[in-house]
Design a protein around this ligand. Structure first.
Ligand code: KIV
Length: 275
């Protein structure tokens, strides 16, 4: 399978649905890549689902680059998207191009994603002008959720929906190659999807987006602290893992593990020489 490019993602609009999942380490990235998923997002959801932090604003460039490197070591096919952490462009807009470049040169990602904020257009424009492909992210933007009234569906009245449409159009005009729509009513996501010539990737935005993304730890049942309404758990790995750990504990305590199959032997004559 050949490596997917930004051009390939653009060309998929209207042809077939685009798939994207998050990954933060080598083994999961490898499984997702081998399954033929189109894009892998090294999301700042790393903060919540891997590092046990409360907010995505608590991860920085160091953690993101460290995990992105592990992901790109595994990926042969999918387009890898590095998620810019809050302080890399919202706290320090003047540092945004340098930080975006680190995702490409150090971590070997193919492009970056950044969430909407009040200086989003200016920052997005500088990064695109520096030659780096950018995925936008509008609707519920977790890094600034406090300014949006918390973790709530966005664009629920005409005025708010109009704002989202305008943001999407502006990001497309600047040259973004795709836009994540998070927690947006399905009909608004549908209007945005029809208006744009670049793909929309939905998360809690209905079936009419050009593609879908989920946090892997949510859809695999590996994150139990909370589950948003838009998450479908395709498997409950927490239950399977807990059972495996219990089985291991029991077998070690009752001395049925390690058995012959998992032990090494020495010839009797060699053993006798010891005595
Ligand atoms: O960080 C993340 O996982 C994301 C997705 C929710 C789109 O931004």
């Amino acid at each position: 399978m050949e490596k997917i490019t930004v051009q390939d993602i653009l060309a998929l609009k209207g042809k077939r649905k685009i798939t994207m999942l998050t990954a933060y380490d080598y083994p999961l990235a490898s499984l997702i890549d081998k399954a033929g998923i189109d894009m892998i997002l090294v999301g700042d959801s790393l903060a919540n689902v891997v590092l046990g932090l409360e907010s995505t604003t608590q991860v920085g460039m160091q953690e993101m680059i460290h995990h992105a490197k592990a992901v790109t070591r595994a990926v042969k096919h999918a387009l890898v998207v590095g998620d810019m952490p809050y302080d890399s462009y919202q706290v320090n807009p003047q540092e945004s191009v340098k930080n975006a470049r680190r995702f490409i040169t150090e971590a070997k990602c193919d492009c970056v994603k950044l969430e909407w904020f009040d200086r989003c257009l200016e920052v997005t424009e500088s990064i695109i002008k520096s030659g780096i492909a950018v995925m936008g992210h509008i609707g519920l933007t977790p890094q600034t959720a406090d300014k949006l009234g918390g973790f709530k569906v966005q664009g629920k009245d005409a005025e708010a929906a109009q704002r989202l449409i305008e943001q999407a159009v502006a990001l497309e005009k600047l040259g973004c190659f795709a836009i994540v729509l998070e927690c947006v009513p399905d009909k608004i996501a549908s209007i945005i999807t029809q208006k744009l010539s670049i793909p929309t990737i939905g998360i809690g935005a209905g079936v009419n987006c050009d593609g879908q993304v989920l946090v892997s730890h949510d859809m695999l049942g590996l994150f139990e602290r909370y589950t948003p309404k838009f998450v479908k758990k395709y498997v409950n790995l927490s239950v399977l893992i807990a059972q495996a750990i219990q089985d291991y504990k029991k077998e070690v305590e009752e001395e049925s593990f390690p058995d012959k199959e998992h032990s090494f032997s020495i010839k009797e004559e060699e053993l006798k020489k010891l005595k």
